[in-house]
Ligand binder design. Structure first.
Ligand SMILES: [Zn+2]
Ligand SMILES: [Zn+2]
Length: 179
């Protein structure tokens, strides 16, 4: 899944491009970030003079919580990825490539396999909106009592919120006075 063998592409002339559809791919993103829909889109791999250039346009959606009312929401995600991957093994000689000069770069594995799972995971994490809202005009929760202000009209606290235990005491006192 999201892994492509590019041995043939490495033997092709620079500029050669391959396109791969991404259909309903599911994956774990992060412990606190779950996909709400499979990933769809397209991966394009092109041969450059020294590498494989991977470009992808992917859509999915993630689960989250409205930052105002804490209701669960689903947010659409649309990411574009551009990642250059260098070989680990020289395609012509079969010998390992000296990777020390560019330790940070994405590498194909020893079988010329390009794994895009990590770049995709990263792109989706970064695309997560910082503040999710169930809707733009969400009124959030009452800071005093926590009631969802979207579900009530004219909610206000004219006096200090009454502690429920005191309220019980007041009812008991009222009853006592009636007797
Ligand atoms: Zn909300
Ligand atoms: Zn309130």
């Amino acid at each position: 899944m999201l892994s492509y063998n590019v041995a043939t592409l490495l033997r092709s002339a620079p500029g050669t491009e391959r396109r791969y559809p991404v259909d309903d791919v599911t994956m774990d993103i992060a412990p606190d970030l779950q996909l709400a829909a499979p990933i769809n889109g397209e991966v394009r791999l092109s041969r450059t003079s020294r590498s494989i250039l991977a470009r992808a346009h992917l859509t999915t959606s993630i689960e989250g919580y409205c930052s105002r009312c804490l209701k669960q929401v689903v947010a659409p995600i649309d990411v574009r990825i551009e990642e250059e991957a260098l070989p680990s093994i020289d395609i012509d000689t079969g010998l390992p490539v000296d990777a020390t000069a560019e330790p940070e770069v994405l590498r194909l594995d020893d079988h010329h396999e390009l794994d895009l799972a990590e770049p995709v995971r990263e792109a989706i994490s970064l695309a997560e909106p910082i503040t999710l809202l169930c809707r733009e005009e969400c009124r959030g929760l009452c800071p005093t009592c926590g009631v969802d202000l979207n579900t009530v009209t004219d909610h206000s606290h004219t006096e200090e919120a009454v502690d429920p235990r005191l309220a019980e005491l007041a009812r008991w006192r009222d009853r006592a006075e009636l007797n």
